[in-house]
Design a binder for this molecule. Structure first.
Ligand SMILES: C[S@@+](CC[C@H](N)C(=O)[O-])C[C@H]1O[C@@H](n2cnc3c(N)ncnc32)[C@H](O)[C@@H]1O
Length: 343
């Protein structure tokens, strides 16, 4: 399996409006966490787990810094830890932190930023050092693929047998993430996570897009432009979860120090779809959706094969421009708030 980092050289930052807009729906839950955190002594550590190139988290990081300092009544030192996989484009992250007009660094003092290049399914931070953990659109990415899908590229279309293997891996990942964060959180610290999810009708919002992608890849195989073995090996290691999988480790008593405070699974606004519904500009919609798809899933599907990626992208955009309604769907997410006991 290729490491599921996002498209580099700042491309993800420029093509992740969908994730950014969707995560805004969790603002109220984040504020709730910020008000509930038991304030620790010393430096405040905030972490963004699965930050990618960072831009989408600027509003949440700024809010966290400001609200926690407001509660303290003093400008205590704050360090923001941006964590992602080792091959993440951290250079774009640090350039953006210095240059973006909405960087949380602007106008704020006594603020430190650092990165950790290691899987968040491992320990990343010192024990009891983290007062707020934020993570958006990252925890549906799997640490490993136990199977390659036989019929599709998207885990939602796995066969029942493949589905069981994927579910087992996803359960282990979720448990590992929470157990490691349980060690890292300060007593009374909180986690807020926005994660790809499956609603009660069994949808994630991405199925039509993934079906279109599969059909285009099949056409490329039939035209001799994509090797059949390369196509057969294509499985996107990203697996949204249903409600029961999010609650399982809490229900089963595997996380004695953590409490599940809130879990809301709901469709969230698809920024490109809302704009297209206003403007009827199908070409622009197709371009934004293609940028979103390539930024998030391109590296998993195409690796370093830029020519194949670009050929796919032009076919994908042309198909969407002809029938935008076929792929226009809200994105289903779970917003989850977890607290660590105060002791
Ligand atoms: C879709 S991006 C989300 C980026 C950003 N949080 C946002 O909301 O736009 C998913 C990120 O999760 C990261 N990721 C996937 N698996 C990971 C893991 N095991 N450990 C750390 N980061 C991971 C990817 O590298 C990628 O940068």
């Amino acid at each position: 399996m290729r490491e599921p980092v996002m498209e580099g050289r700042g491309y993800y930052n420029e093509h992740s409006e969908l994730q950014g807009r969707s995560a805004e729906e969790s603002d109220a839950v984040l504020l709730c966490a910020l008000d509930a955190i038991a304030l620790p002594s010393g430096t405040l550590t905030i972490a963004d787990f699965g930050s990618s190139q960072g831009h989408n988290s600027m509003r949440q990081m700024a809010r966290a810094i400001d609200r926690l300092r407001e509660r303290l009544g003093q400008p205590r030192d704050v360090i923001v830890m941006h964590t992602d996989l080792p091959r993440c484009d951290f250079t774009s992250l640090f350039v953006m932190l210095e240059e973006a007009p909405d960087s949380y660094r602007r106008g704020r003092e006594n603020l430190f930023s650092a990165a950790v290049g290691r899987s968040f399914y491992e320990r990343l931070l010192p024990a009891e050092s983290l007062c707020l953990g934020w993570s958006a659109f990252a925890l549906h990415w799997m640490s490993a693929l136990p199977v390659t899908l036989s019929n599709h590229i998207w885990p939602m279309f796995a066969t029942p047998e493949e589905g069981i293997a994927l579910a087992r891996q996803a359960a282990a990942d979720w448990r590992n993430f929470l157990q490691n964060r349980a060690r890292e959180l300060t007593p009374g610290g909180q986690l807020v996570m926005v994660v790809g999810a499956i609603d009660e009708a069994g949808a994630t919002g991405l199925e039509p897009m993934m079906d279109l992608a599969k059909r285009i890849l099949e056409t490329l195989v039939s035209e001799g432009k994509l090797e059949p073995q390369a196509f057969a090996a294509m499985t996107i290691p990203s697996r949204p979860r249903p409600r029961a999988e999010f609650t399982a480790p809490f229900d089963q008593g595997e996380l004695p120090d953590l409490k599940l405070e809130e879990l809301v699974i709901a469709p969230t606004p698809n920024a490109a779809m809302l704009r297209w519904q206003k403007t009827a500009d199908a070409a622009q919609f197709a371009s934004v959706i293609t940028g979103f798809f390539i930024a998030a899933f391109g590296p998993s599907l195409f690796g370093d094969d830029g020519a194949l990626r670009d050929l796919f992208a032009s076919r994908f955009a042309a198909s969407i421009a002809m029938a935008p309604a076929d792929v226009a769907r809200p994105l289903v997410t779970a917003t989850i708030r977890v607290s660590k006991s105060v002791r």
